[in-house]
Design a protein around this ligand. Structure first.
Ligand code: SF4
Length: 497
């Protein structure tokens, strides 16, 4: 075996495992070039035994551990240490958004030998096949070269990245597969809380543009994934507001799909056009559409949007018009994702957030109660880069801070984003607080307020669970458990993923 790609656990008990589908495309790229590769999800509490068995049986020369999401920072480096303990000769590699951001620290302070920054396919292939080093940071490197001088995927080269036909021969546990299919890369926005912003994309992925995958490649990948359990529900999560294509890309993409063959979860990064809503309704058997409203407070949405700290502003009236349009379709469920604790949020905004959510939930039966998540500090975000500019104070700033925070949560099986128990300093639940709260010594105010609101959300969400269940049954959508995607409020085990 040349290389094993491990997907790290989130918790010591293996719970809440989330598979990074990007590993499928990476592994496919390698196998299509004759590299012997396996993908191993570490999705249960026996993950240490799994690593031992995999290494003893397959004796790989390289082992890579995905570190896309920051909440797997500790677990991915812990997996690297287990690999090294068993066989110090194996070259340990990491990659992904968080690894790219902390590349230098990961090779200097953990058991990773190499971090591949940015787009991983060709650099990883070159690394494992003895070719030239591209976008890699090695232990002992004095300075990391800018990614843009190495390898950056372009629109023209995206046709080379497609799934292998025989995923079941590469992936050791197909039950982890989720239906996410990528349609493009890049972002030109500067949402203050998000590591996908244009500054970070340019610095660590060498990309300050938006690129889309060819239709035929996406169609083929959808066919391949649809052979697996849950593959009939396609998840799209790439819908940038700027760039040359936007809605027209999806209209064209949907034209190539057999009508009503698939279900769909579509993350709209803003408000979709009515034309796109019509196309979703007509193309898919059942549509779940998530609108990223960002905040339920129209005042704050306008302020942050106009200042370029979030996506361009749209009004409550525009949301209402869209929901009114969707109302004509039976085969629709709508989610809204919103945040709390954004910069410059006032008490009046918090009241407006709840009023906004109740208003739309009461008015539109196909709407699931809006998510309200507390804003966290994320490595690679503009908030982390310059908190004072946004009126915030950070409690987690460095690699070590994030490593310690994620270690504690991994060992104690605690959710990094909404921890049930927390402490002061770097173990602050959100890692950030408004400056005024900090000066008043009230640094948990946002989180404690959010917890009360979450109780309200759970209660209201449960009011209509029977009605939603009937609809899911009607469309054959019922399933047990949650995998990938986003979690619904309780009782989560009878809710659609
Ligand atoms: S949240 Fe904003 S910055 Fe992040 S990917 Fe979406 S549009 Fe881009």
């Amino acid at each position: 075996m040349d290389i094993i790609l491990f997907n790290p656990p989130r918790y010591r008990n293996g719970g809440h495992h989330k598979f990074n589908n990007a590993l499928l495309w990476l592994a496919s790229y390698l196998t299509q070039r004759k590299v012997k590769v396996r993908v191993v999800p570490l999705n249960n509490e026996q993950f240490e035994a799994t690593i031992q068995r995999e290494i003893a049986t397959h004796r790989p020369k390289f082992a890579a551990v995905s570190c896309k999401w920051w909440d797997t920072l500790y677990s991915s480096s812990y997996i690297a240490s287990l690999i090294k303990k068993q066989d110090p000769h194996i070259v340990t590699i990491s990659g992904g958004h968080t690894a790219s951001f902390f590349a230098r620290e990961l090779v200097e302070k953990t058991d990773f030998d190499v971090v591949v920054r940015g787009d991983g396919e060709e650099p990883l292939y070159q690394l494992v096949s003895g070719g030239r080093s591209i976008n890699c940071v090695f232990k002992g490197d004095q300075q990391a070269l800018p990614v843009r001088r190495g390898y950056v995927q372009k629109q023209e080269t995206l046709k080379d990245i497609c799934l292998a036909e025989n995923l079941e021969d590469i992936l050791t546990d197909i039950s982890v597969l989720n239906s996410y299919i990528w349609t493009g890369k890049g972002c030109l926005e500067r949402c203050v809380y998000c590591s996908g912003n244009v500054w970070n994309s340019k610095l660590h992925f060498g990309r300050a543009q938006i690129i889309y995958r060819p239709f035929e490649t996406v169609h083929r990948d959808i066919e391949i994934l649809s052979k697996f359990p849950d593959g009939k529900r396609i998840t799209f999560d790439f819908d940038p507001q700027r760039g040359p294509v936007q809605t027209t890309y999806y209209l064209e993409l949907f034209r190539g799909l057999e009508p009503k063959k698939y279900n769909c979860y579509f993350f709209s990064w803003s408000l979709p056009s009515k034309e796109l809503v019509d196309a979703l309704a007509n193309t898919f058997h059942f549509v779940e559409l998530c609108l990223d409203v960002q905040t339920g407070s129209e005042r704050l949405r306008r302020q942050l949007g106009d200042r370029g700290l979030m996506k361009p502003f749209f009004s409550d009236r525009a949301i209402e018009n869209l929901l009114y349009h969707i109302n004509q379709y039976e085969n629709f469920a709508v989610d809204m994702s919103t945040l709390m604790g954004l910069p410059f949020e006032r008490d009046e905004d918090v009241k407006a957030i709840v009023a906004f959510s109740d208003y739309f939930y009461d008015r539109y039966p196909f709407l699931r109660y809006p998510y309200i998540s507390p804003m966290n500090v994320e490595p690679g975000s503009l908030l982390m880069k310059n908190p004072t500019q946004y009126g915030m104070v950070l409690f987690r700033k460095s690699f070590e801070d994030f490593l310690q925070f994620t270690q504690r949560n991994f060992e104690r099986n605690i959710n990094c984003h909404q921890p049930e128990s927390y402490e002061e300093g770097l173990f602050h639940p959100l890692g950030a607080a408004p400056i005024e709260d900090y000066h008043r010594g009230d640094v948990f105010r946002v989180y404690e307020t959010w917890k009360k609101i979450q109780t309200h959300i759970d209660r209201r969400s449960n009011e209509r669970i029977l009605m939603r269940t009937q609809k899911y049954q009607e469309y054959g959508l019922m399933k047990v458990g949650i995998k990938g995607g986003i979690d619904r409020g309780s009782p989560r085990y009878i809710e659609v993923e």
